[in-house]
Design a protein around this ligand. Sequence first.
Ligand code: ATP
Length: 270
Amino acid sequence: PSAMREVMLEIPKVKWHDIGGQDEVKQQLKEAVEWPQKHGDAFSRIGAQPPRGVLLYGPPGCSKTLMARAVATETGLNFIAVKGPELFSKWVGESEKAVRSLFARARAAAPSVVFFDEIDGLAVARNDGCGEGLSVGDRVLSQLLVELDGLIPRSSVAVIAATNRPDKIDAALLRPGRLDRLLYVGPPSEASRCQIFEIHLRQTPCRSDVQIEQLAAQTGGYTGADIAAVCREAAMTALEEDLSSQEVCMRHFEVALTRVQPSDPGFNCT
Ligand code: ATP
């Protein structure tokens, strides 16, 4: 079976306005991914080197994956997503080939983005070696470095990786010319939480007593993913109360807030 059978090529649909807050990260991604592809001539004119690859890091549920999809959508790039651990868990002996064919597919689908989620999984697999020779993680890492180094600057294949554990990333991956632009994607501020509630309630009729500002104020420590869960729970609570409910009320959110606890990523979220 083809090692890459499970790697999905998709046309992403996430837009910038589907992500609450993170304005700085959005701008940085635009500069790192969109500009080199759309304005390559400007870079050469001014003698600037665009970053080669981007590493998004930060706690779970704070929109790293959404960001990668959105920059692809907004730039009109095909999107190829692969979870780090998938590269070596299944295809022992086939793993380097898997990396090679991944990049071959990305070039064939260019202009495109290759997105490596959970790239820290590489480090774990590297320590799995049983003493003799290179572990599968080592071999995947070296093939990945070969592919990254082989990307033509300002080429039409962009590379984005994501991790919750930047401390586990091999330093070789972060050298200039590789994943050399690090962007922190942190938990949402109160103003961002407002936007995230609005985004996740777009399809939900809410009674006029639903105060999004108040919900945002009450959800310190909640990530974007937590807020999405609160909105789902509030709608479910309304249905549990009455299957013919027409709208969600503030009391449903109050129940939802007791059901969904904050991940509290422990970072400063003012
Ligand atoms: P992980 O490290 O667990 O992969 P992540 O940082 O990649 O997390 P996402 O997968 O992008 O997080 O986010 C998970 C879900 O949370 C999204 O599908 C979305 O519903 C919601 N979400 C997170 N952050 C935001 C945000 N800023 N605006 C709107 N929705 C958000």
